[in-house]
Design a protein around this ligand. Structure first.
Ligand SMILES: Nc1nc2c(ncn2[C@@H]2O[C@H](COP(=O)(O)OP(=O)(O)OP(=O)(O)O)[C@@H](O)[C@H]2O)c(=O)[nH]1
Ligand SMILES: [Mg+2]
Length: 698
């Protein structure tokens, strides 16, 4: 295996809405480049990048997959990313180590919600992009409509550099507006094509589209603009180099046409990746000095000590951890030691490998700009920086989304709990957007993630990879409790049994605080009414009581407790007594402080064809949602609303059936609000029933 210089590497992430054909496109590219000799199909479970059993059985990418192809002496690293909302975190992680994004759009559906999310993520990272309009062979496919949707939602400066020859069943190839040639394909998946002149019936359209392209390229650069005005056009060289610079600068987004399942139009896309997208050498290395917070920027260099950023970890039950990184600078060699700068430990690298999906190939070294992996690292995790101890530069961590939904899991067979803990820990390393913990109140094992599907997939991985079977219990809503009135209260613990007695006594004031402030404790004791050393015990008693809640066992938040008086006994007072006094005072306060239940409210965005807008809004209303706005983007309506989390648990199924799977949604936690009085009784009863069971089981 060759070692490639940065100038001969392209790192691109395939991003876009689910089912736009990213995995199929990666598969066609690998086949056309001769990397594999069989054209893998998503529908047959034979692609390189969807290798996980869960991905194969669900026919969706669930985790970013890395592969590479050599094309015209250039190594193209392709990262195939998930398009489903629950798994978007991995697409963002992939963009962090890419120099450009290939945004794949379905020629029938146009831009969909995850396409936009990925576009915005690429925007934030300043990544150049090309747009690929895929699935042009499908019924109702249209470049014109798709282009309109792309321009309305992504950017006005998306510009076709190809036109499709035929659409729907007649799709046969592409006209290249730069080379002014036609490529007409065989439709047997072989990827074979013939180069010819532009078909006569397309000459006019091709001419007009080329002129539009030339104008856009000229507009992106002042000196080209002058040349354009002088000559009325651009030379071929000016067009090609102008298009490249404008694309790299993020001013233009060239658009290509493909059918990845027919393997049609893929080689011109590979040519374009090399011609128009930046190599790692074209982009500076950017990091921070964590000690000073100062930003560090330097040109990429193949010399000097290695510097690498870990963007992903795979948890393999047999091989252990596989750590995927990008060499940001220098050369990373097998059999060497590097410093993990994030954790300040040395890491011994045994093998350095290339990843072709799940297949690892040993290489002696990887140069700056390249993507690869190391198996079996001891301490290194996703988001770590590896390199030279003396170099201050560290790469900022990719922010993974906080989990929005929790399910309780229970082992199917007793005694599996240790194994679950270990395996879940490994899966957490692989997927930082899940979290696993034990509920301190109910002692249940909680698995939290980005949505129901995310939880189900995680549980399926647990079973397939680690052989542990669990039951999923209904999701729990993280309710909270709070108070609505201020009051004073008194707690006294007194016990006289034989020798030593117990005595603690305190008076407290409780007051509501604004949402999100959690809890405050104020010590307002004067004159030693409670001796100093016992005040923390009072606080501890109140803390314990408030985490157990009052109405329904949910933690109480957003209030202040001031302890302002009390009394003690020289002999009988001790910590335990004051703790109990604190807890008694808390309970006494709750009888007058008007306790109530809070529920999490989600920010929800629903995307669907406009015909469904009315029904979907009605449904959100019936889920106690507040509609915040409505927006039309092409044929898609975006509804924004705030909806209680408890009402959204069944939304995925509802949206799918209501829109024939054409709608999608995104939600994230917003804030807590009081549960309407008429619903509180139900929550209290459910919680009591649940806790009753938990107590019995103990
Ligand atoms: N007709 C047609 N079908 C396609 C084309 N590309 C992909 N498909 C099919 O569309 C479905 C989805 O393709 P994938 O490649 O898995 O889509 P994806 O974008 O990777 O989807 P996620 O992994 O969920 O993000 C599969 O059934 C493919 O066979 C195409 O160009 N034409
Ligand atoms: Mg995929």
């Amino acid at each position: 295996m060759k070692v490639y210089d940065a100038a001969n590497i392209r790192n691109v992430a395939l991003v876009g809405h689910s089912a736009s054909g990213k995995t199929q496109l990666a598969s066609a590219a690998l086949f056309d480049a001769g990397t594999v000799n069989r054209f893998g199909k998503v529908d047959e479970g034979t692609t390189i990048t969807d290798f996980d059993e869960e991905e194969i059985s669900r026919k969706h990418t669930l985790s970013a997959g890395l592969a590479y192809a050599e094309w015209n002496k250039t190594k193209i690293n392709l990262i195939d990313t998930p398009g489903m909302a629950n798994f978007l975190a991995d697409a963002h992680a992939a963009l962090r180590v890419s120099d450009a994004a290939i945004v794949v759009v379905d020629a029938v559906s146009g831009v969909q919600v995850q396409t936009e999310k990925n576009w915005q993520a690429a925007d934030v990272l300043g990544l150049p992009r090309v747009v690929v309009v895929n699935r042009i062979d499908r019924e109702r496919a249209s470049l014109e409509r798709t282009l309109a949707s792309v321009r309305a939602t992504l950017s006005r400066t998306v510009i076709p550099v190809q036109l499709p020859i035929g659409e729907e069943k007649q799709f046969r190839g592409v006209v290249d507006l730069v080379a002014q040639k036609a490529y007409v394909y065989q439709t047997d998946g072989s990827g074979k094509f013939e180069e010819s002149a532009i078909p006569g019936d397309m000459a006019g359209a091709a001419q007009a589209a080329r002129e539009a392209l030339i104008e856009m390229v000229a507009e992106a650069d002042e000196s080209l603009m002058e040349k354009f005005f002088e000559a009325g056009t651009l030379t071929q060289e000016q067009l090609v180099s102008g298009l490249r610079s404008a694309t790299i600068a993020g001013k233009l987004f060239p658009l290509f046409c493909t059918s990845s399942s027919l393997n049609l139009g893929v080689q011109p896309l590979l040519d374009a990746i090399i011609a128009y997208l930046p190599s790692p050498a074209d982009r500076p290395v950017k990091g921070i000095n964590p000690k000073t917070g100062e930003e560090i920027e330097r040109p990429l260099s193949e010399n000097g000590p290695p510097l690498a950023f870990v963007w992903k970890t795979i948890a393999d039950p047999f091989a252990g951890r596989i750590t995927l990184f990008r060499v940001m600078s220098g050369t990373l060699k097998a059999d060497s030691t590097v410093h993990n700068k994030t954790r300040d430990v040395a890491e011994r690298l045994g093998h350095v490998v290339l990843m072709q999906g799940k297949t690892q190939t040993n290489v002696p070294e990887l140069k700056a700009g390249d993507l690869g992996a190391v198996p079996k690292l001891k301490d290194t995790l996703t988001n770590d920086t590896l390199g030279d101890k003396a170099d201050p530069l560290v790469f900022p961590a990719t922010k993974f989304p906080e989990p929005v939904l929790s399910y309780a899991i229970e082992p199917k067979s007793r005694g599996d709990e240790d194994k679950i803990n270990q395996s879940m820990h490994r899966l957490e390393e692989e997927d930082p957007s899940i979290s696993y913990s034990r509920d301190p109140q109910t002692k249940e094992l909680l698995l939290s993630g980005q949505g129901q599907l995310h939880i189900e997939v995680t549980v399926a991985k647990l079973k397939r990879r680690f052989g542990v079977d669990v039951n999923l219990k209904p999701p729990r809503i993280p309710y909270r409790e709070t108070i609505k009135a201020s009051t004073e209260a008194h707690g006294r613990h007194k016990k006289q049994t034989g020798g030593h007695g117990q005595f603690g006594d305190c008076k407290i004031r409780v007051e509501p605080l604004p949402r999100g402030t959690d809890f405050e404790f104020v010590d307002d004791i004067f004159g030693g009414a409670i001796p100093r050393q016992f005040v923390p015990a009072v606080e501890k008693g109140i803390q314990d009581a408030r985490t157990r809640g009052y109405l329904a066992g949910y933690p109480m938040v957003d209030f202040r407790v001031t302890v302002f008086d009390g009394s003690y006994h020289d002999v009988d007072s001790n910590e335990l007594s004051f703790k109990l006094a604190g807890s008694l005072a808390f309970k006494d306060a709750m009888t007058r402080a008007r306790p109530t239940i809070l529920e999490p409210i989600m920010n929800v965005e629903v995307y669907a064809p406009s015909d469904f807008a009315g029904d979907l809004m009605g449904d959100l209303n019936s889920r106690r949602g507040r509609i915040g706005g409505m927006d039309t983007r092409g044929a898609t309506t975006v509804i924004k609303a705030q909806v209680p989390m408890s009402e959204m648990l069944t939304y995925e199924q509802h949206l799918t059936s209501a829109t024939g799977a054409r709608g999608s949604y995104h939600m994230e936690y917003s804030h807590y609000e009081e549960v309407p009085a008429m619903l509180q009784g139900k929550i209290i009863a459910a919680s009591k029933a649940e806790r009753g069971v938990a107590v019995e089981a103990e």
